[in-house]
Design a protein around this ligand. Sequence first.
Ligand code: NDP
Length: 286
Amino acid sequence: MTATILDGTKVAKRADQVFQETVQELKQHQIIPGLAVILVGDNPASAVYVRNKQRRAEKIGLNYQLFHLPVTVSQDELLELIQRLNQDPQVDGLMVQMPLPAQIDAMVVMNTIAPEKDVDGFSIANVGRLWSGMFGNFPGTPRGIMRLLHEYQVPIAGQHAVVIGRSDIVGKPMAALLLRENATVTIAHSHTRDLRSLTRQADILVVAVGQAGLISGADIKPGAVVVDVGMNRNEAGKLVGDIDFPSVAQVAKMVTPVPGGVGPMTITGLLEQVVTLAQRRVEQND
Ligand code: NDP
C-alpha cells in the first residue's frame, strides 16, 4: 500500500482563497478583519514565523499590524499595549509571538489578552472553552490539522485517535478537538509505557514530540491516518518530522509529509480563527 499524501500546501492555498472571498464579503459590511501581532526582541525563528503570518494574512486581505518591541521592554509596557489593542475595535485577533524574554511572565501576558481576541487560544478562558465544547479560540496547529482531516474526509467519530505529546500548544488541544468530534482519544507522553502497543491500535495517529524517526511503519496499524507534527533538523540540516516517512507511507492509508503537511496548516488555523471572529462581529451588528 502507498499512502495518500495529506497535502497541507495545497489545502492551505485553497483555504486562503476561501478566506479571501469571505474577507471581500465582510468588506461589504464595512468590516476589515484585523490581526495584530506583537513581537518582542529579535529571535530569528520568531521573525520568520511572524513574516510568514504577515504574508498569508495580507494575501487574504486582513488588516495586519505588527508591533515590534525591543527585547528590553518591561512587562508593564507590554501589558499596556495589549490592553490598548484589547480596546481597539479594528483588532479582531491579537497574538504575542512566543518565546518572550525572561523579564516577562508568559502566563500573565496570555491571560491579559481579551479571551475573545486571543487567537492563539492560550488563555485559561479559551482552554476551558475548548474542553467544555463551547465556542472559543483554539490553537492554530490543531485547528489546521482538523481542517486538513476534514478536507480529506477522514472519518473521526468513533475512531481511535492516539495523540503522542501533551503540550499546551499541540498535544492537549489536538486531543480536545478530536474528542469534540467524538473520536475515542488516547494521549501518550514521555511516561507512557509500551507506546507501540497504543500506536498500533490508532486509526488516527498524531505525532507531536520533536524526535526524528520516533514512529516507523512497523509501529502503525495498516490503513491508519498518520499526522506528523514534528519539526526536526537531521544531520544534513534538512527539515524532517517525527515519523520515518518511507516506511509509514507503505502501511498507512494517509500521511502528512514534512515539510508541506502540518506546517502550512498552522497559519491556516490562525487565519480561519481571525476570519471567524470578524464574521461574528457582523452577526452581532446585524
Ligand atoms: P513539547 O516539547 O512541548 O512537547 C513534546 C511532547 O512529547 C511532550 O508532551 C513529551 O512528554 C512528549 N514526548 C517526549 N518524548 C517522548 C517519547 N519518547 N514518547 C512519547 N512522548 C514523548 O513540543 P511541542 O508540542 O511544542 O512540539 C512538538 C513538535 O512539533 C516539535 O518538533 C515542534 O517543533 C513541532 N511543532 C510543529 C508545528 C508546525 O506548525 N508544524 C507547530 C508546533 C510545534 P512529557 O510531557 O512527558 O514531557
